[in-house]
Write a protein that binds this ligand. Structure first.
Ligand code: SF4
Ligand code: SF4
Length: 303
């Protein structure tokens, strides 16, 4: 016997975020398979085991008859057009969209130059791939995920928008983000600040802060065994260096153990925003390497 569920239903039932359920499915902690219409199926016994783990009473088992199963199998989804797998491995994902517009109501930039997440979802459902790759709407999105949070049907709008971005040829990615990704890969941070300049700035600011308010302060660089690894948004050393002192003063007052790495200290991963998964992985990997190299317990990201 199988248990059929939607991610948000199971999340509600067990009192966890729906991304937690998605992660459990991805990791195999919930042994479920994708079914039609963005539903999932798991064995009834696995559902019962999950309920037991959470101290919940399982729902009433489904009492399906052979006839009902047959009827179920006979239902075939009606597609307006054949779907492709460009945006999602399962092309039926967009069939669940109700065109309710809740996503557009939640989106802080809906209406800017005609941007509307509902339209993006509908265009994807209708197979308008070239138009989506060419539209600048997806580049206006801030990836805040408010649309997704509001969507009653759990459409993964942010993932869709990232996928569309990834399909734009890199030389036509608007704005500075692709250049920032290249800088980060080649020079270690989005704005290409050289290591010596960065270290000099940290020393200079440290002296200022020691004089102003925090006697003996020195920004800790590459300190092995520090508790927190602190990454930096490169726009701060580049344009607003005094902003870094806000964190430093808190650390100083709290007697915190922390350090900044001398290399690969960039904390803003523009690969995430440009839809460049490979670059994103490389940049994250460098931060993880720093965590291991310096044996830090925690990580502070500026964004
Ligand atoms: S909120 Fe969800 S179901 Fe409603 S229009 Fe947006 S994507 Fe479709
Ligand atoms: S993730 Fe993008 S489309 Fe969704 S609400 Fe935020 S800005 Fe709007």
């Amino acid at each position: 016997m199988m248990y059929e569920f939607r991610v948000n239903e199971l999340a509600q039932e067990f009192g966890v975020h729906r991304n937690t359920i998605r992660n459990w499915i991805k990791s195999g902690a919930i042994p479920a398979k994708e079914g039609p219409g963005r539903r999932y199926l798991m064995k009834w016994s696995d559902y019962q085991a999950l309920c037991e783990k959470f101290g919940k009473t399982p729902k009433k088992p489904p009492t399906s008859t052979g006839a009902e199963e047959e009827e179920k199998q006979e239902i075939t989804p009606i597609h307006l057009k054949p779907k492709t797998q460009t945006f999602y491995p399962d092309p039926s994902w967009a069939d669940v969209c109700l065109t309710c517009g809740t996503c557009a109501s939640a989106c802080p930039i809906a209406g800017v130059d005609g941007m509307d997440p509902r339209k993006i979802v509908r265009m994807a459902a209708l197979g308008m791939e070239e138009e989506l790759i060419e539209t600048d709407w997806v580049w206006k999105c801030t990836m805040c995920a408010k649309c997704e949070e509001a969507c009653p049907m759990n459409v993964e709008i942010v993932q869709l928008i990232r996928k569309i971005r990834s399909l734009r040829p890199r030389d036509r990615v608007p704005g500075p983000i692709h250049k920032g990704v290249i800088n980060c890969l080649e020079r270690g941070n989005n704005l290409g600040i050289p290591k010596d300049d960065f270290i000099f700035l940290l020393e200079d600011l440290s002296e200022e802060m020691a004089e102003e308010c925090c006697p003996g302060f020195k920004a800790p660089v590459d300190v092995r065994g520090a508790r927190i690894l602190v990454t930096v948004n490169s726009k701060e050393p580049f344009a607003e260096p005094d902003d870094m002192k806000f964190w430093w003063k808190i650390f100083y007052a709290a007697g915190e153990s922390w350090t900044i790495p001398s290399e690969y200290w960039e904390g803003v991963n523009w690969g995430l925003f440009s839809g460049d998964d490979e670059a994103m992985k490389t940049i994250v990997g460098r931060i993880v390497d720093n965590l291991k190299r310096l044996n830090c317990e925690g990580l502070l990201l500026p964004e």
